[in-house]
Design a binder for this molecule. Structure first.
Ligand code: HEC
Length: 105
């Protein structure tokens, strides 16, 4: 999706829409994946303990991501790259915001 946004790959509306819908769906699975205690079973993990120390903040960032990716999927249906670009940027910001706070690099 990033390659299409940057023009490194030709924009394909149907393909972009399919991927945007996958991201929006995945955002729901991600929200269910961080179960307290699961980090101990996961072995190697970059998930910070803050996830379980600040569950409200983590949930809020997850909700931002779900909302942005759902909006991106909606905008993608329109096939208007000029409308898609800013929404893609907004969605990517929600990834970064959570990684910065809750993921070890
Ligand atoms: C609410 C928090 C949150 C949001 C939002 C989020 N992530 Fe993450 N992400 C994490 C955490 C925490 C990890 C580390 C998980 C681990 O190592 O167990 C991670 C790991 C990853 C990884 C590495 C996976 C691996 O197996 O090593 C990728 C790639 C990734 N995220 C991509 C994304 C993208 C792309 C988005 C947005 C479209 C996104 N993430 C949104 C919290 C988030």
């Amino acid at each position: 999706m990033g390659a299409m946004i940057k023009g490194e790959k030709p924009y394909n509306a149907a393909e972009f829409q399919r991927m945007a819908e996958n991201v929006a769906f995945m955002s729901k699975l991600a929200a269910e994946g961080f179960i307290p205690g699961s980090d101990a079973k996961a072995g190697d993990t970059a998930a910070k303990d803050e996830i379980w120390k600040k569950p409200e903040d983590f949930k809020a960032k997850m909700a931002d991501f779900e909302k942005a990716s759902a909006e991106l999927a909606t905008v993608a249906k329109g096939g208007d790259l000029n409308a898609i670009k800013p929404m893609f940027g907004k969605t990517a910001e929600t990834c970064k915001a959570c990684h910065k706070a809750f993921r070890n690099d």
